[in-house]
Ligand binder design. Structure first.
Ligand SMILES: CC(C)(COP(=O)(O)OP(=O)(O)OC[C@H]1O[C@@H](n2cnc3c(N)ncnc32)[C@H](O)[C@@H]1OP(=O)(O)O)[C@@H](O)C(=O)NCCC(=O)NCCS
Length: 101
């Protein structure tokens, strides 16, 4: 877990079971609403991807809802490539992958 002075928090899941391989992925993160739009999400995602790579994860799966533009932009800004989309719980979930260099 990485936190940016309690303005946000990320979770890194080292192993994917079948359920989170389907929807969830390796990384989940959130920024406190009053601190959104200040590039903290981009920074926290970058730090969490670096941690994942340190832990030997070569293909980092990151998922988000298609309609969540801040999230899709944050993932793309950090090298995420769209792999697939699925319908889950009535919403389109996009599955991105970041390949370790
Ligand atoms: C998604 C989230 C983490 C983004 O954090 P943030 O600190 O506000 O984002 P940033 O300021 O770093 O901006 C990230 C990108 O989103 C864009 N963005 C920020 N706010 C936006 C808005 N309201 N509408 C559209 N785009 C927006 C930024 O321009 C940036 O894109 P760019 O690099 O192409 O310019 C934050 O909105 C959040 O906590 N949402 C709720 C939880 C969530 O959805 N988590 C994601 C699951 S992986």
């Amino acid at each position: 877990m990485i936190s940016t002075f309690l303005s946000g928090m990320s979770n890194l899941r080292y192993h994917l079971n079948e359920r989170i391989r389907n929807v969830g992925g390796h990384i989940g993160l959130g920024i406190r609403p009053s601190n959104r739009g200040k590039r903290l999400g981009n920074t926290l995602m970058k730090l969490t991807i670096e941690k994942a790579i340190e832990h030997g994860i070569r293909e980092i799966n990151i998922h988000c809802h298609k309609h969540n533009e801040p999230s899709t932009r944050m993932i793309k800004a950090n090298g995420g490539s769209l792999e697939s989309e699925i319908l889950y719980g009535g919403e389109v979930v996009q599955r991105y992958v970041v390949i370790a260099p």
